[in-house]
Design a protein around this ligand. Structure first.
Ligand code: G16
Length: 546
């Protein structure tokens, strides 16, 4: 193959700062000349180990995925990468990419996704670099990438024709090997090593049990079909919307009560399936439903931790649990009872990496529909679904009964998140500033039954490397453990998204059946009193309530 390497002059873009999870922008932004190339070159520049090393490459199949992969392959060649492992058809779920990066001891990976954000020519695209531990690059590395992108003057790219991404096998391009691998195999093998596939198979043989998995036309379709239907014997049709589409069928691939409404309706009808689950654009999020029952992600983490001994991969015990700050304190109660460490980190999976690498935590979770363990260094949607399935097979109880039983033991942490999406950035900032301005004065103040014990701007010192992350969300902590958290999302691509997180613990089992919004209504009222979100934004209701 003829091959010419070009050095292309370029100028920096001012907006290439990775957010909560990589660089996410509109497709139009990514398609500007040099835009993707600048960012990718910045990664190669700050990660010299990629020269002569191995890179994992794949994405969630959204619009521009294939084109971006071809560009990155040409740049990998020009930058001296020895081998690139690419998912067939350019497809790799985020957890599957993490699995490959670790399993083949590579120098890292580039994952192309804007996660739960919609896809299509007018919608979103994203790219992030994961380090050799398989996890999203920590703040220090994303900072270096950003700095480099701000001073870039040229990038290197090879002139070669597009490579075939659809046929598994190895191709040699000049000095570089491109290995196109089955997107599912290695990941499915890892799942087999953690879960009791025999018991789950037996569950599907019972006529009494049925399940629906909504892949939302996103990346988990092929993974869920292979594992649930082919390997575990779930009937065909168990996986809904299983064909990955470039625009996710015009849907919003975010597994929550609003965007996975079809699945929710199916589970909430009479005689619906016993178990329902969904995953997002890139396969790292999960939503868990029982018949007539929604499991909050915070509760899910706590239930999985308390039941880990039922699952082969965790039967020997779990070392510790970590949760993001806005995630409810349900998991803390489990950790306390088990006598293991529990960590509270800022929002963003990258903050769990050090704790897992140091062997201090086994399970991690976030309120934003993310749960996983140290089997990879990403959150893992299908893993969480299989964990639940394994649990259902062992305990022989319904999802609702398992959760209610958990509440009886630990009390219930009523929890909700109110999102105000696409609001004007200045208005969102005004609401945040209103809270920030009161932080010192709030301490000791009474609002009805609630007295403020502490109010602060959350900062985190990583216990492993001592790095500090500041400005991670405004917390109002009440006596007795109730909390309000105000935060601006770091994953949006248009305007600002303001998130309000509300929680309170209820020990009395007689009150566990209350409606969440009603149980939290007094606190929601206090939040408005403190932040004036609706006054500042002119919105009467949140865009999404989970
Ligand atoms: C990303 C991060 C998560 C984070 C979530 C929400 O998820 O990986 O750690 O909790 O965004 O973040 P924010 O509240 O800043 O929007 P994903 O699934 O989009 O990669």
């Amino acid at each position: 193959m003829s091959m010419k390497i070009r050095r292309v002059e370029t100028t920096p873009f001012s907006d290439q700062k990775p957010g909560t999870s990589g660089l996410r922008k509109k497709v139009k932004v990514f398609r500007q000349p040099h835009y993707l190339e600048n960012f990718v070159q910045a990664v190669f520049d700050v990660r010299p180990s990629l020269k002569g090393g191995v890179l994992v490459l794949g994405g969630d199949g959204r619009y521009f995925n294939r084109e971006a992969i071809q560009i990155i392959l040409r740049m990998a060649l020009a930058n001296g990468v020895a081998r690139v492992i690419v998912g067939q058809g350019g497809i790799l779920s985020t957890p599957a990419a993490s699995c490959l990066i670790r399993k083949y001891k590579t120098q890292g990976g580039l994952i192309l996704s804007a996660s739960h954000n919609p896809g299509g020519p007018e919608e979103d695209f994203g790219i992030k670099f994961n380090t050799p531990n398989g996890g999203p690059a920590p703040e220090k590395v994303t900072g270096e990438i950003h700095e480099r992108a701000c001073e870039i003057t040229h990038y290197r790219i090879a002139d070669i024709p597009d490579l075939d991404l659809d046929t598994p096998g190895r191709t040699t391009v000049g000095p570089m090997v491109v290995a196109v691998v089955d997107s599912v195999n290695d990941y499915a093998e890892l799942m087999q090593s953690l879960f009791d596939f025999d018991r789950m198979q037996a569950l599907f043989k019972e006529d009494r049990f049925s399940m629906r998995f909504d892949a939302m036309h996103a990346v988990t379709g092929p993974y869920a079909r292979r594992i649930l239907e082919d390997m575990l014997g779930a009937p065909a049709g168990t996986v809904m919307n299983g064909q990955p589409l470039e625009d996710f069928g015009k849907g919003h691939p975010d597994p929550n009560l609003v965007h996975a409404k079809g699945l929710v309706d199916t589970l909430f009808r009479d005689n619906g399936p016993d178990f329902g689950a969904a995953s997002d654009g890139d396969g790292d999020r999960n939503m868990i439903l029982g018949r007539h029952f929604f499991v909050t992600p915070s509760d899910s983490l706590a239930v999985l931790a308390a039941n880990a001994h039922h699952v082969p991969g965790y039967a020997k015990g779990i070392r510790g649990i970590a949760r993001s700050m806005p995630t409810s304190q349900a998991a803390d109660r489990v950790a306390e009872k088990m006598g293991i460490e529990c960590f509270e980190t800022p929002t963003g999976w990258k903050y769990f990496g050090n704790l897992m690498d140091a062997g201090r935590v086994t399970l991690c979770g976030e309120e934003s529909f993310g749960t996983s363990s140290d089997h990879v260094r990403e959150k893992d949607g299908l893993w969480a679904v299989l964990f639940w399935l394994n649990l259902l097979a062992v305990r022989g109880e319904s999802v609702a009964d398992i959760v209610r039983d958990h509440w009886r033991q630990f009390g219930r942490d009523f929890y909700t998140r109110h999102d105000y999406e696409g609001v004007d950035a200045a208005q969102a900032e005004a609401a945040m500033n209103q809270v920030r301005g009161q932080l010192t004065a709030l301490k000791g103040r009474r609002f009805g039954d609630f007295t403020v014990a502490q109010a602060d701007d959350f900062a985190y010192t990583d216990p492993v490397d001592g790095s500090v992350a500041e400005g991670q969300g405004l917390r109002v902590l009440f006596e007795g453990g109730a909390r309000l958290v105000f935060r601006l999302s770091g994953t949006g691509t248009a305007g600002a998204t303001l998130r309000l997180y509300v929680e309170r613990h209820e020990a009395d089992p007689a009150r566990h059946g209350e409606d969440t919004q009603e149980a939290l209504a007094p606190l929601i009222g206090i939040a408005e009193e403190i932040a004036g979100i609706q006054t500042h934004t002119g919105r009467e209701t949140p865009s999404v309530i989970t």
